[in-house]
Design a protein around this ligand. Structure first.
Ligand code: GCU
Length: 602
């Protein structure tokens, strides 16, 4: 038995190396793909006995083998084909009532017929899996990923076969201090395969990722760079933007990389009023042994910069009329994950008079960002470095750094994304400053065309004077902070408040607000009534008008959202009730106060 186990362990180790962690492929939505969305079988494995033995040793014959009894006496204690199914993408919490509060391991499994193309490669792509995913194809491990809100892909060419195949994913959403986000957070810890699953068919060498954006300071210059999936020199790359009569031939260097700058005239810049995007196509010329590759995209061009306390879009001062949004379905909770959900949520923001949305507190799905670009909404995108992270843990930093990189690499060509946020409400301290300043540098080095910020806090006033002080001011381009006057503090004193933001940078109030139960009415000093929230918005907006350098706000929040930290029976019932819309999409009175205020900011 012991000898057999060691042979099996050895075999597994050898087989695992076949599928490497492949750099994130860019613009997957415009590639040759086969969707694996649909009904997947699932097994809830509270004690992870499909992965670990009773000595907590890793099993080489775990559930990922999808074993079937061969002889009558064979003992197999799981059978995916008989197990229940749920539609993927989704979260298990709202798909199976027994799993509403569940945090742990769930196995997902589906089989599929696939005919790999000769001479081509196949990537297995996940839009997101919360939180830890261990992915197996035909019983062989393809890879492991942590982080619930960013995409990842594996080259599974060597694991697939013509005909019947199966994929098995061990998903675990247990929280822990070292994770990103950490142990506690004010949103529902939806578990599962929450976004698209795709098989991506590409040539042996393909267009890995690329960036095409207007130079941050020079609106007459386009900067283009492209990285092949392999370090192949002398490959022909063609960039064409027919509407601009641009057709540029480029040749890759020894690293399989090209970059160039192009002078452009008569460019219609992207703006909320005119969300203009250009058709772009990228072609990788064929070689004798390899087919060509082609990717098309719709890309807008704009400049975003700061000048002192001013925020400038396309060189013009702009006020960000924003709202914060969680990635939850418009009606009734559950992870949002498609173009329809995105369109509905963003239409509500448009109704408010918004030109900007803060996608909190983690990268939302790609449909959300692309739909916002199409609808003329600028975006603040954030990684879940939220509250008190394990600042001195190297793995925690590597995790946060990877999420930042993947967030940027996925959306680097979305011109409506103007701000990368590296954190929310983090406690002051040396370790924190070191951690965050490294992330800020990484964001600036990775992407020179956008601004970097984070949500700081102003937790108290002395003698009605609020002063923001944060060492991180020098590492961000825009000073953003959350404040809850009227709700968590100084309930009656908004009108008396004065503000001091001693930094010569634009200011965004990234959160303010208060809760109300839709349909609950009463005196304006009665908590939880719509009148209380309405009054809070009236007083806060008047107070914010006094802030020097205020360049935008993203009140908390568009819609009531689920949170395990909100337990007031009959009012919260596991919902954070600070939405301007109820969880069923009904407008609360405060909605109209903000809409009116934004009218005046146009
Ligand atoms: C915080 C935090 C949010 C939270 C909100 C609240 O500021 O950033 O995630 O939901 O406050 O208390 O409602």
């Amino acid at each position: 038995m012991r000898r057999l186990t060691s042979i099996l362990v050895l075999l597994t180790a050898v087989m695992t190396v076949q599928a490497e962690d492949t750099p994130l492929i860019g613009n997957v939505l415009n590639r040759q793909t086969t969707s694996l969305n649909g009904d997947w079988h699932y097994l809830v494995d509270v004690q992870e006995c499909g992965y670990y033995g009773y000595r907590r040793e890793k099993l080489s014959y775990g559930f990922f083998r999808n074993a079937k009894p061969q002889q009558p006496e064979d003992l197999i204690e799981y059978d995916f084909d008989k197990a229940e199914t749920m539609p993927i993408p989704s979260d298990w919490n709202t798909r199976d009532q027994r799993l509403f509060f569940y945090e742990g391991t769930v196995w997902f499994h589906r089989s599929f017929n696939y005919q790999p193309k000769a001479g081509h490669r196949t990537l297995l792509y996940f839009g997101a899996v919360n939180y830890e995913a261990i992915v197996f194809v035909n019983g062989q491990e393809a890879g492991r990923h942590v982080g619930g809100f960013t995409p990842f892909n594996y080259d599974v060419t060597n694991l697939l076969k013509a005909g019947e195949n199966f994929v098995t994913v061990k998903v675990d959403n247990k929280r822990s201090c070292e994770n990103v986000p950490t142990l506690i957070f004010d949103w529902w810890n939806y578990g599962g395969i929450t976004r698209d699953v795709l098989l991506v068919d590409v040539p042996q060498t393909y267009i890995g990722n690329y960036s095409l954006q207007l130079d941050r300071r020079n609106p007459k210059q386009l900067n283009f760079s492209l990285q092949l999936s392999a370090k192949e020199a002398n490959r022909q790359v063609t960039l064409s933007i027919p509407e601009l009569k641009i057709r540029q031939m480029l040749t890759t260097d020894a690293n399989g990389h090209v970059s160039t700058s192009l002078k452009v005239r008569k460019l219609q810049l992207w703006s909320p009023e005119v969300p203009k995007r250009y058709g772009v196509s990228l072609t990788l010329g064929p070689t004798d042994s390899d087919a060509s590759d082609m990717v098309s995209d719709s890309i807008g061009f704009r400049t975003i910069e700061t000048r002192g306390k001013q925020l400038l879009l396309n060189g013009q001062p702009i006020f960000l009329r924003g709202i914060s949004i969680h990635e939850e379905k418009p009606n009734g909770g559950g992870r949002a994950n498609g173009p329809e959900d995105a369109h509905t949520l963003l239409s509500w923001a448009k109704e408010l008079g918004c030109n900007f949305v803060r996608l909190a507190h983690y990268p939302h799905n790609e449909y959300m960002v692309r739909e916002a670009e199409r609808m003329g909404l600028m975006v603040w995108s954030e990684i879940p470095v939220y509250w008190t992270i394990a600042w001195t843990d190297d793995d925690t930093f590597a995790n946060a750094s990877r999420q930042l990189n993947d967030m940027i690499r996925r959306d680097q060509n979305r011109c409506n994304v103007i701000i990368w946020s590296i954190a929310n409400e983090t406690p002051h301290g040396k370790e924190r400053d070191t951690f965050l300043s490294r992330l800020s540098r990484q964001a600036h080095d990775t992407d020179s065309t956008r601004l970097v910020s984070m949500a700081m806090e102003v937790l108290a006033a002395s003698n009605y004077h609020n002063k923001l002080q944060d060492n991180m001011n020098e590492y961000v381009d825009v000073i953003s902070f959350n404040q809850y006057i009227g709700w968590y503090r100084d309930v009656k004193d908004a009108a008396k408040m004065t503000w001091e933001i001693p930094y010569d940078k634009p200011v965004i109030v990234s959160e303010f607000g208060g809760g109300a139960k839709y349909g609950l009415h009463g005196a304006k000093n009665q908590r939880w009534t719509e009148e209380f929230q309405e009054n809070l918005y009236r007083e806060n907006t008047a107070m914010l008008d006094k802030i020097d350098g205020l360049a935008g706000t993203t009140p908390w929040i568009l819609k009531d959202f689920r949170s395990p930290r909100r337990l007031l029976t009959g009012v919260q019932d596991y919902y954070n009730r600070k939405g301007l819309f109820s969880d069923q999409g009904q407008k609360k009175k405060a909605f109209y106060v903000l809409k009116e205020w934004y009218e005046g900011k146009k």
